[in-house]
Structures are given as structure tokens and as C-alpha cells.
Design a protein around this ligand. Structure first.
Ligand SMILES: *[C@@H]1O[C@H](CO)[C@@H](O)[C@H](O)[C@H]1NC(C)=O
Ligand SMILES: *[C@@H]1O[C@H](CO)[C@@H](O)[C@H](O)[C@H]1NC(C)=O
Ligand SMILES: *[C@@H]1O[C@H](CO)[C@@H](O)[C@H](O)[C@H]1NC(C)=O
Ligand SMILES: *[C@@H]1O[C@H](CO)[C@@H](O)[C@H](O)[C@H]1NC(C)=O
Ligand SMILES: *[C@@H]1O[C@H](CO)[C@@H](O)[C@H](O)[C@H]1NC(C)=O
Ligand SMILES: *[C@@H]1O[C@H](CO)[C@@H](O)[C@H](O)[C@H]1NC(C)=O
Ligand SMILES: *[C@@H]1O[C@H](CO)[C@@H](O)[C@H](O)[C@H]1NC(C)=O
Ligand SMILES: *[C@@H]1O[C@H](CO)[C@@H](O)[C@H](O)[C@H]1NC(C)=O
Length: 909
């Protein structure tokens, strides 16, 4: 009897839907015009845009449609059914309400319901049905009403395909929809559709996780009772740094990160492709059998769909899925470290406590996911925090991940980030450098959509900008905005003419800029550095402007041989700051120090890490020899600071995986007292030219000219004079050009630099020379005693010139030292030595000339020589020579003035 009853009940239950369906279709609203029967029974699935909308849609008659298994996170009171002529931005925004039914404030969980159209709307008017929030013009999800050709599918029919993992098998319907769903944890779900005919299983992994997290799922070794991870065949999925989804086939041989052991064998959690010979491309393709189908990141939820074969051709690293049997599957969530130059594959980090295993028979129908996956932190947009000093660069670019679709094709970018959330502080003026093109006028408004607000009959308050605020890269428009006490907590940056190009501005009270007296941006504008200096201590804050797992700043020109402060958030969400002394390039070279830090804070907000601490300027360890005692901050001298960011840090067991993924390319020197910073740059080529020119002038031309004047007087004609004059003028010209080059490159002359001081002295001495050469008094008539004035002049001229060269050489040395200090150039030392050698050669040459001259002098003095230095012309006789004894020409003592030929006897003999 009980049996009969239940059979009856079952059959009744079976009949009820049919009955209901026939009632609703036949007993439709009387005035429903039956014009368009072609769309009846049209069925499709919702395209997910926002609020995790899922479900299927069926037109049941001319004035109603049915929605089944509908999921949606609540969207506010103004969410309605919307009809449009197309799914483009323009067509959606010019759509209209099609039903009185509202998608009111509840969250929909696998709901089934029927919606009737407004009486003045027919299916002919509608090409797209959307779940629409009117106030924000948001499309939560939509279906496109177009009949898919039911005709025999063009060859090859999908049912014939035997999936091997080399190309994606076509899926019917939306990639977000599957036959089954299983809850793995409260933040992680597995969805799947199995098609044994095609030898394929479609797997959808859905996790309310951070965008930098991976989601892993796979099959454990079926011959193992425990230790499910060892030997498991898993897929690791996630998003690249650019936001593109990926999936990779992994195999686990050891509870460790993927490494190559001493025998060259790969072990750990590694991609299948790493186990095979890296040269064998065919082999690599054979083992790489997971195919990405689709992936997105919406409402703080990651979703990735991929396919893998049930029976894999890769027998080494993949397991066959016995789809009719219970099999053990394992899963994990955790941070992933992006590939770098050493390791070209993604490295899943330790999953903390987020892992588990589960028995799954994929052919069984399961749906225990109730409603959409929800998370508190829905906004994934990048965060840009305004800074008083650096203007925010406003540009426009393609809308790829606009937070509120649909959006125009072009949207606003700030600091190269697409429509980020902008945070400003009350009382801190914000500067925008607007270069988004002349057709994009930028403004700050109270209206969430912006753009031609009056045409929508809305009121708005404009806080800054307007029709004039437009510019291009070559001629940016600078706009200043000072949010004040009366600015609401949320306003919007938008384009004045086009809607939905910008996004939210968060206005907050006092942040780091308020708390610290000084701030600078470190290299690449990726890290902000804040500080306040007091008598004995310094308070420091650093904020990474990019999502990361840890942030490190170090005092030094590079990470190696510096003291680094690392701020990170542990698995329990607690922030830490620790100091290390780094003396090498690997994880073993990080030595934690016992530095005493106070007011330590570290927090992560949307992946942006901020750390704060206060320390003594001088650790003051009373003569202790500990390494941290050397970590002294000298406020008066510039402090070089570098930074690094990476995926994960821990207070112990640091490994290679904790190495940074991004780092500053150059140190920035911060003047703690003046609150300014200057980047340490590579030696600019122009400065190298400056150095070379100065060497040419002061190392060759000037000394050469002097040597010519001193040792070539015996050469016939006024050759020496010409050489002297030409080389001195050339030297002077080159010097001026060199100064111009350097000043133009650096845009100023920092007169507080030693090099610049010496340089100026050199130039002054150098410039005196042509002036005093011009003022040269006439020497006495030929054969007469030279005038005293002339002798004095010659002394001045010669000693001025010589000292100019000596000071010039010092200037070159100071320049090289500056080069070494400032640019950390390893070549500087070599160059200095080369210069020293050059000078030694010069000095030896001079000594040799002096020596041979003296010898000649002696010879001539004793009547052995037969020549005169100087040809008797008044310009050329050197009154300063050592051979003038008490103003009397030695030559004259030796010989009467006679002209003689060029004789370089000393060199010949
Ligand atoms: C719609 O489907 C129902 C049941 O499957 C069928 O009875 C009806 O004829 C179909 N209507 C049209 C217009 O195809
Ligand atoms: C959008 O609407 C315009 C007319 O307003 C039409 O020309 C265009 O084809 C439509 N686009 C789509 C994708 O339906
Ligand atoms: C929301 O809709 C449900 C059915 O869809 C209805 O029962 C409920 O009364 C509605 N609530 C409001 C506040 O409109
Ligand atoms: C909607 O219908 C499906 C079957 O089509 C059923 O599994 C599900 O429980 C229904 N949803 C609700 C909320 O009753
Ligand atoms: C349908 O009628 C409503 C008023 O009942 C009106 O607001 C709406 O604009 C009309 N829609 C169309 C497409 O005419
Ligand atoms: C598909 O290929 C796999 C392995 O290559 C094989 O084991 C399986 O029998 C094939 N399935 C069909 C339906 O041909
Ligand atoms: C596996 O194949 C996919 C698609 O063919 C490719 O994008 C991916 O880079 C491959 N993975 C490896 C590790 O070679
Ligand atoms: C398969 O696993 C489920 C639980 O996941 C269990 O209820 C069921 O009994 C298992 N079936 C077999 C044949 O082991």
C-alpha cells in the first residue's frame, strides 16, 4: 500500500510540472497578442556580467518568460528587467523597462519564477533582455534573443570529437553554466559537466579569493589511501599579472616547491611539462593536457573553466578519470608567485589551511551550491592614492575590465591603471595632469555616471574640472582640486561629455600624508615613502602602490649589503615588520636583526601593503659589535632607498620563493632634512661626453699648449706660438661646450657640489689667460733688456696657466669621484687610475724635457752648443726660462744673437 502511494505520488509529482506548463502556456493573459510564435520556447542562458548572475531563460508565450535556477547577489531596489535592441553599450543604455516585476532586494538562490511583460512591449521590440540597475546603468546579466541555427551542425559534429587535450571542445551555452556544482569550502566551489562520448570533462573552479591566489583541483593517486597530494594530477589555475586567466597541468612528486635536485631530477609541485625533456617539444605538448576555456574575475570571485580528458594520453603524469566511480580529488587555494626570469612557470605557494580532499563520482548529479558565491570585498579595481606632490596622470584607453559594465569603448585611466578607485584626503590638494585627448573633458562630480548630466534631468555638483579640462600628452592640462571638509565621502571622476568613463573617488580624512611631515615617491613611482624626523628618532611609513604579498625597503644603493625592512601579512591576517641585514643574493643571506622598532604597523588593503615603524636614528648599542649597530641613519646625508615587492614572506624558513618579483631599478637618494628626493641615475651619455671634453681640454690641449710654449721655442718660426695659441683657444672652447652640455643635461648647476666649485675656479683661471695675454706689455726692443713689466707679466701668465691646469686636473678628479659616488659606477675607479697614469706620463715627459734642456744649456754655456733658443723676434723670446740668470740671457752670455736653424740636437744626440 505504502508502495502504491509513493508510486502515485511520484507520478503525480511528475505530472505537476507538465500540468503547470500547459496551464501557463495555454492560459496566457487574454490580451496577449500571438504575433511572434517563432520565439516561443526559445531558451538561453544568462551572460554573467555582475552580481554573479546565472540561470536559464525561456520564453513561454508572447507576454511572459520563465527564469530557472536564477542566482544573483542582491542589487538594490532599482534592478529591473530591461529590453534593448542589442548588447552594445549604446543599445543597452538606450533600452527600456519591459516588466513591472522588480528584482528586488533579495539575493536569488537557484530561484524559478515567471515574469510577465508590460502590455505595451512585445518580443519584436526586444533583442536583448537584461537584468538592469537603472541608477548606475549597470548590466548584471543578459540574454540575447537570437535563434541559434538548429540545422545539422557543420562537420565535424561535436559528438564525434575525442578530446585529447590539444584543442577545446565546443561548449553549448554560457561558460559559467554547468550541470553540477559541489561546495569544496565556503569560499571554493567545483562545477563540472562531463561528456564521456567526447572523452572530456569541463571543470569550472569558482573561488571567493584574492586575484593573486591560485585555485588548484585535481585527482589523487587512485591507488593511495592517504597522502593524497603525493602523485596527484592537478590543474593550477589563476590570473596573470595582466589579469588573463591561465590553467596549467601539474603533477606532485614531493611536498615542496618545484626544484631540480642534485641529480638534475625535477621534483615537487611542478608543471607536467617540466618533468619531460625540455628539448622535446612534442613530448611537452603530450603532457600538457588541460585546456583553458574561459575565465573571469567578477565581484571579487575568480572563475576559470577548463577541459581535460577523462582518459588521458599522458600516462605518466595524469590519471584517467573513471567517471562512474568515486574518486578522491584534492583541492587547494593559496598565493601564486608569477613566473620570473629564473623560473618560467607559476609557482603555487603554500596553501596555509585552505586545502582538502573529497570523494567525487563525476557522473552523479550534484548541486549543493545554494545561491551565488558572495564576498565582502567585491571591488577588484586598482587603488590609486593621491599624493600631494606627484600629479595624477589622466589618460584614456580601451575599456577592458571596467568595473560597471556596459561601458563605452574608451574609458579613463589614471596613472596607467584602468578606471581605478581613487583615494584622496581632505585638505590635501590633488593635481591631475589631463592628457586624455581634446574630446575628453575631465571633471569631478557627484553624479555616478557623469557626462551630460543635465540631459538626463539630473542634478550634480561639480567639484573640479569641466569643459575646459582637456589636454594631450604634449600639452597636458593641469587641474588642481582640494577636497575639503564639505566634500562627501564618495564622488566620481568622469568625462564631462561621455557617461561611464571614470569611476569612484573615495574621500577620506587624514592618512599617511597627514601623519608624516614628508613624503616622496621611490623609483618607478611604485612605492611611497613617508617620514617624520625628530631629535633622536625617525618615523617611517612605506606604501606599495601595487598589489603584493610583502613590501621591503632597504637603506642602500642595492638590496645586497643593506638593511632591509620587510612588512608582510601572515596567513592569519596579522601584519609584521622585521629588519634584515642582507649580504648576498639568496635566501640564506638574509639575517634577521634585533633592531628595536616601535609603533610598528603593517596592513594590507586591496593588496596594497602599508608598513609603519619608528626607530632610533642611531641604534646606540654602547659599543656592541652587533651588525644592527651599523644601521645608523644620518639625517644630514642623503639616504639611498631601494624597494622590492613579492608574493609571500614568512618570519622563518625563508626560501628562494620569497625572492621578490618586482624591485626598484634605481635607488632614490632622500634628503631627510629637506624632504626631497633625487633618483640615482645611470651615467647619462651627455655627462660622459662632458667628462671626455674636459679631459681633452685640461688633459691634452692646455698642458700641450704649455709644453709647446716652454720647450718648442727653439723650433723655427713661430710654430710654438701658433700651437700655444691654437691649443689654448681650442681648450677654452671645448671647456665651454662641456660646461654647456652638463648644465643643459642637468638643467642647473648645483653650486654646492665640490666638483662644480672646482670647475668654476678652473674656468675662471682659464679665462684669465686670454685676457692677460691680450694685455701683454711689449717687450723691450730687440736686443734690449726686457721691461720689468713684461717680466712680471710673463710670470703671471705662466703661473696662472700652470695653476689653471693643475686645478683643472683636480676638477677632473673631483668629477670622477662624483661619478663614482653618485652613479655607483664601477668604471669610475678604472678611469681615475687611467688619469693618474696619464698624468704620470705627462710629468715624466716634462722631467725629460727639463733634463735635456738643462743639459743643452750647460753645453752651450760652456761653448759647446751653437744655437740660440728663440729666434730673436720679440714675441717669442721667453723671459721666464730657467736659463735667464738674474734677468740676463744666458744665450747672450754664450753667444751673440744670431739666427740659427731649428735644431733639436738634444733629442737627436
Ligand atoms: C513549446 O514546447 C512545448 C513543450 O515542449 C510544445 O508543446 C509547444 O508546441 C512548443 N511551442 C512552440 C511554438 O514550438
Ligand atoms: C544598436 O542600435 C543601432 C540603432 O540604434 C543599430 O543600428 C545597431 O545595429 C544596434 N547594434 C546592435 C549590436 O544590435
Ligand atoms: C520581492 O520579490 C518577491 C518575489 O519575487 C516578493 O515576494 C517580495 O514581496 C518582493 N519584496 C519587495 C520588497 O518588493
Ligand atoms: C528550481 O528548479 C530546479 C529544478 O529545475 C530545482 O532543482 C530547484 O530547487 C528550484 N529552485 C527553487 C528555489 O525551488
Ligand atoms: C510602456 O508603458 C509604460 C507605462 O505603462 C511606459 O512608462 C513605457 O515607457 C512604455 N514603454 C514603451 C516601450 O513604450
Ligand atoms: C578517446 O581516446 C582515448 C585515448 O586516446 C581512448 O582511450 C578512448 O577510447 C577514445 N574514446 C572514444 C570515444 O573514441
Ligand atoms: C600548455 O598549453 C597551453 C595551450 O596550448 C599553453 O598556453 C601553455 O603555455 C602550455 N603550458 C606549458 C607549461 O607549456
Ligand atoms: C561515494 O562517495 C560518497 C560520498 O562522497 C558516498 O556517499 C558513497 O557511498 C560513495 N560510493 C561508493 C561506491 O563508494
Amino acid at each position: 500500500m505504502a508502495n502504491a502511494q509513493s508510486i502515485l505520488l511520484i507520478s503525480l509529482g511528475f505530472l505537476i510540472p507538465l500540468f503547470e506548463f500547459s496551464v501557463s502556456s495555454s492560459d496566457s493573459i487574454p490580451d496577449c497578442p500571438k504575433t511572434n510564435t517563432s520565439v516561443i520556447n526559445f531558451t538561453s542562458q544568462f551572460v554573467m556580467c555582475q552580481h554573479q548572475v546565472r540561470g536559464s531563460f525561456t520564453i513561454i508565450n508572447d507576454c511572459a518568460f520563465r527564469v530557472k535556477d536564477f542566482d544573483m547577489i542582491q542589487g538594490g531596489s532599482d534592478v529591473c528587467w530591461w529590453g534593448a535592441a542589442g548588447d552594445s553599450y549604446e543599445n543597452l543604455t538606450s533600452g527600456f523597462v519591459i516588466s513591472d516585476d522588480k528584482l528586488n532586494t533579495t539575493t536569488y538562490k537557484n530561484d524559478n519564477f515567471t515574469v510577465s511583460l508590460l502590455s505595451n512591449v512585445t518580443w519584436d521590440d526586444i533583442k536583448v533582455v537584461s537584468v538592469w540597475k537603472t541608477s548606475l546603468e549597470s548590466d548584471f546579466g543578459h540574454v540575447v534573443l537570437e535563434e541559434k541555427p538548429e540545422a545539422p551542425a557543420p562537420a565535424p559534429a561535436p559528438s564525434d570529437v575525442n578530446f585529447t587535450g590539444s584543442s577545446v571542445v565546443r561548449i553549448d551555452g554560457e561558460p559559467t553554466m554547468f550541470d553540477n556544482c559541489k561546495v569544496l569550502s565556503d569560499t571554493y566551489r567545483l562545477r563540472w559537466t562531463v561528456r564521456p562520448k567526447n572523452n572530456v570533462i569541463d571543470i569550472g573552479l569558482e573561488g571567493a579569493v584574492d586575484v593573486r591566489d591560485y585555485m588548484a583541483f585535481g585527482w589523487a593517486d587512485p591507488f593511495k589511501e592517504n597522502d593524497h597530494m603525493l602523485g596527484a594530477d592537478v590543474a593550477v589555475t589563476g590570473f596573470t599579472e595582466k589579469g588573463a586567466p591561465f590553467v596549467d597541468d601539474y603533477h606532485i612528486t614531493k611536498y615542496s616547491e618545484c626544484t631540480t635536485n642534485k641529480n638534475g631530477k625535477v621534483e615537487g609541485v611542478c608543471p607536467d611539462t617540466l618533468y619531460v625533456d625540455s628539448d622535446d617539444a612534442h613530448d611537452r605538448d603530450l603532457v600538457n593536457n588541460t585546456m583553458l576555456v574561459y575565465g573571469h574575475r567578477k565581484d571579487g570571485v575568480s572563475f576559470i573553466r577548463y577541459q581535460r580528458p577523462l582518459k588521458s594520453i599522458d600516462k605518466r603524469y595524469d590519471w584517467n578519470i573513471e567517471y562512474k566511480k568515486n574518486m578522491t580529488c584534492i583541492w587547494a587555494l593559496g598565493l601564486i608567485k608569477p613566473p620570473d626570469s629564473i623560473r618560467p612557470h607559476y609557482l603555487p605557494e603554500n596553501h596555509g589551511k585552505r586545502y582538502g580532499h573529497v570523494q567525487i563520482n563525476v557522473s552523479e548529479n550534484v548541486n549543493d551550491c545554494v545561491g551565488p558565491l558572495d564576498t565582502k570585498n567585491k571591488q577588484d579595481q586598482d587603488l590609486v592614492i593621491a599624493n600631494e606632490k606627484e600629479p595624477l596622470v589622466v589618460t584614456s584607453g580601451p575599456g577592458l575590465h571596467y568595473p560597471n559594465p556596459p561601458n563605452p569603448s574608451k574609458v579613463l585611466y589614471i596613472n596607467k591603471k584602468e578606471s581605478p578607485l581613487l583615494r584622496v584626503e581632505r585638505g590635501v590638494p590633488v593635481k591631475f595632469s589631463i592628457q586624455a585627448g581634446h574630446n575628453v573633458a575631465f571633471y569631478i562630480t557627484s553624479d555616478p555616471l557623469g557626462g551630460n548630466v543635465t540631459s538626463r534631468k539630473q542634478d550634480e555638483t561639480v567639484y573640479a574640472g569641466g569643459p575646459e579640462a582637456h589636454g594631450v600628452k604634449s600639452k597636458p592640462k593641469v587641474l588642481e582640486w582640494a577636497p575639503n571638509r564639505n566634500t562627501p565621502d564618495q564622488v566620481y571622476y568622469q568625462s564631462f561629455y561621455t557617461q561611464k568613463m571614470g569611476w569612484k573617488v573615495e574621500v577620506v580624512d587624514g592618512g599617511l600624508t597627514d601623519m608624516y611631515n614628508n613624503s616622496v615617491l621611490l623609483d618607478d613611482q611604485q612605492v611611497s615613502f613617508f617620514w617624520t624626523i625628530s631629535k633622536k628618532s625617525i618615523s617611517i611609513a612605506a606604501r606599495g602602490e601595487k598589489k603584493s604579498g610583502y613590501l621591503a625597503i632597504a637603506f642602500g644603493s642595492k638590496m645586497v649589503n643593506s638593511f632591509a625592512y620587510v612588512g608582510w601579512i601572515d596567513v592569519n591576517g596579522k601584519g609584521h615588520v622585521k629588519t634584515y641585514w642582507i649580504d648576498g643574493m639568496n635566501a640564506q643571506s638574509l639575517h634577521p636583526t634585533d633592531e628595536h622598532l616601535t609603533y610598528v604597523r603593517c596592513k594590507s588593503e586591496r593588496g596594497v601593503i602599508t608598513m609603519e615603524f619608528t626607530r632610533d636614528l642611531d641604534p646606540n648599542c654602547n659599543g656592541d659589535k652587533k651588525i644592527e649597530c651599523k644601521n645608523i641613519v644620518e639625517p644630514t646625508s642623503p639616504l639611498p632607498v631601494v624597494w622590492a615587492m613579492g608574493a609571500k614572506w614568512s618570519s622563518d624558513h625563508l626560501t628562494q620563493s620569497n625572492m621578490h618579483s618586482v624591485t626598484s631599478s634605481k635607488p632614490v637618494r632622500i634628503s631627510l632634512i629637506y624632504g626631497s628626493a633625487e633618483a640615482e641615475e645611470d651615467l647619462k651619455p651627455v655627462l660622459a661626453v662632458h667628462g671626455f671634453m674636459m679631459f681633452l681640454a685640461w688633459g691634452i690641449f692646455f698642458p700641450g699648449g704649455i709644453l709647446a710654449a716652454r720647450y718648442m721655442k727653439h723650433v723655427n718660426g713661430d710654430v710654438w706660438f701658433k700651437i700655444h695659441v691654437y691649443s689654448q683657444w681650442s681648450g677654452l672652447t671645448i671647456t665651454f661646450l662641456g660646461i654647456l652640455f652638463a648644465a643643459a643635461e642637468l638643467r642647473s648647476l648645483h653650486t654646492d657640489l665640490l666638483h662644480v666649485k672646482i670647475g668654476i675656479l678652473t674656468v675662471i683661471l682659464g679665462c684669465i689667460q686670454p685676457v692677460n695675454a691680450y694685455l701683454r706689455p711689449k717687450k723691450g726692443d730687440n736686443g734690449e733688456e726686457p721691461l720689468l713689466r713684461r717680466i712680471v707679466w710673463e710670470y703671471i701668465h705662466a703661473y696662472c696657466g700652470r695653476s689653471a691646469v693643475i686645478v683643472g686636473i683636480f676638477a677632473i678628479f673631483s668629477g670622477m669621484k662624483h661619478l663614482g659616488d653618485r652613479y655607483d659606477d664601477e668604471n669610475a675607479r678604472g678611469l681615475i687610475w687611467a688619469l693618474v697614469v696619464w698624468i704620470l706620463v705627462g710629468v715624466l715627459t716634462v722631467l725629460y724635457f727639463e733634463y735635456s734642456q738643462r743639459r743643452h744649456l750647460r753645453q752651450r754655456f760652456f761653448g759647446l752648443g751653437n744655437w740660440v733658443l728663440g729666434d730673436g723676434e720679440d714675441e717669442e723670446t721667453d723671459l721666464l726660462r730657467a736659463d735667464r740668470i738674474h734677468g740676463v740671457h744666458v744665450e747672450k752670455l754664450a753667444l751673440p744673437s744670431e739666427r740659427s736653424e731649428i735644431q733639436l740636437e738634444p733629442l737627436r744626440s
